[in-house]
Ligand binder design. Structure first.
Ligand code: SF4
Length: 409
């Protein structure tokens, strides 16, 4: 099956849905108090890797991401066992980027040494804030001294690719406080920083407080965001995505696959895969996931062939999250249609300072990123008015999904 024609790179995401406790703002699929399911989950995942051996065989795995939940809470031995199983059933490239998300309260120097020795080479540390009171109020289980210690331990263990996750716009967080967090985080000299504006999602404990005055309003969040972009730029981090900043060459290769619409396989409850034109997602229920795999049943809950028009929507939405941006040529390659109405909008945004054009690439400025929900909506409206201008009947098969809308000439 494997051969030089078939070889293509792919990313692997493994969802670890266990946490020691639930943070107030969290709407990820993660469970507390279900640790007794860990051994069964481990077996289910390894069985699934084994069953995927043939599907994985045409691919070279060049990124692996253990996300959660809290993979460090799941345990180093289990993570290494999963990594080894992936190496057994898939072709993992030696130069792969292998990331694990860790929380400072569940990772020791010993863990870090074991992980590094096994080949894990990138850490994403859930720091969130340097203000210990704020961290505690959100239900975080660590203080900033533990973040500092984790970074120091990671360096001792040999990690040279460390990312810190931070959140701004927290209840009771002032702009000064956020600036302090950013400064203290940057002082640890990570290679990568992710900064997310707090979004209060329905169903989270924080939702009860969504209208409280001590939550920074949109204007304050906007100020914090623009400050972040400028401050991190001055500190040597370049922005490569709306919320992500890296020193040169340390962008997350795995996350770039999502934004560049490259292929990936996901494993675990809620995980999605995107292969060819197909996207499928696993059930968001750990017990159903384990049970289904034990019985040899499918645990896929949705599966879609993504039509070209939808692929173009994703191209626009995801591309405009990045500083790489979009081009008319790429748009045309996916969805043979006229880019001019979209370009006209972008030119209008450029006049307002929200977008810039470099060569043939369009991207948002930081001010544009702030408005990106609204701007992308306008761009998608312009896209939805487009019809194919397809003059190549031999490409009909590529566009089968849209046949009702198109008249091929
Ligand atoms: S540690 Fe992460 S995944 Fe777990 S509850 Fe907190 S925010 Fe959610």
């Amino acid at each position: 099956m494997a051969g030089w024609i078939m070889d293509k790179n792919v990313g692997i995401y493994i969802h670890i849905p266990f946490c020691a406790s639930k943070c107030a703002y969290c709407d990820f699929y993660s469970l507390v108090g279900r640790d007794q399911l860990m051994p069964k989950y481990q077996n289910a995942l390894i069985r699934q890797f084994r069953d995927a051996e043939e599907i994985l065989s045409p691919y070279l795995i060049d990124t692996i991401y253990f996300g959660g939940g809290t993979p460090s809470y799941y345990g180093t031995k289990r993570i290494i066992q999963l990594f080894n199983a992936l190496k057994k059933y898939g072709r993992v490239l030696l130069e792969s980027e292998v990331t694990i998300e860790v929380n400072p309260d569940s990772i020791s120097l010993w863990d870090l040494r074991q992980l590094r020795k096994a080949g894990v080479n990138r850490l994403s540390i859930g720091a969130q804030t340097a203000n210990d009171k704020l961290a505690a109020s959100l239900g975080r289980r660590h203080n900033f001294a533990q973040v500092e210690k984790t970074v120091a331990n990671a360096r001792r263990a040999g990690f040279d690719n460390i990312s810190l996750d931070l959140i701004f716009g927290l209840p009771n967080q002032s702009k000064v406080d956020w600036a302090e967090t950013l400064g203290l985080a940057a002082a640890l000299k990570p290679e990568h920083i992710s900064c997310y504006g707090l979004r209060i999602e329905e169903g989270t404990p924080l939702y009860l407080y969504k209208d409280f005055p001590d939550i920074p309003d949109d204007d304050d969040q906007a100020d914090m965001y623009l400050y972040t972009v400028e401050a991190l730029h001055d500190l040597g981090f370049h922005q490569y995505e709306i919320s992500n900043f890296a020193v040169s060459g340390r962008e997350s290769r795995h996350n770039l696959k999502y934004w560049n619409r490259e292929e990936y396989f996901g494993f675990g409850p809620t995980a999605s895969s995107y292969v060819g034109d197909l996207r499928y997602t696993y059930v968001s229920d750990l017990v159903a996931y384990i049970g289904g795999l034990e019985r040899g049943e499918s645990v896929i809950v949705s599966q879609d062939d993504i039509p070209k028009s939808e692929q173009a929507v994703e191209y626009l939405m995801l591309g405009l999250r990045t500083t790489r941006g979009i081009t008319g040529q790429e748009y045309y390659r996916i969805y043979q249609s006229n880019f001019e109405p979209i370009e006209a909008l972008l030119e209008g945004y450029a006049r307002k300072g929200w977008a810039v054009r470099r060569g043939d690439r369009w991207r948002f400025t930081p001010a544009g990123f702030l408005l990106s929900n609204q701007l992308i909506r306008e761009i998608l409206d312009a896209h939805s008015e487009q019809k194919f201008v397809v003059g190549m009947p031999w490409r009909k098969n590529d566009y089968r999904g849209e046949m009702q809308q198109i008249e091929f000439s």
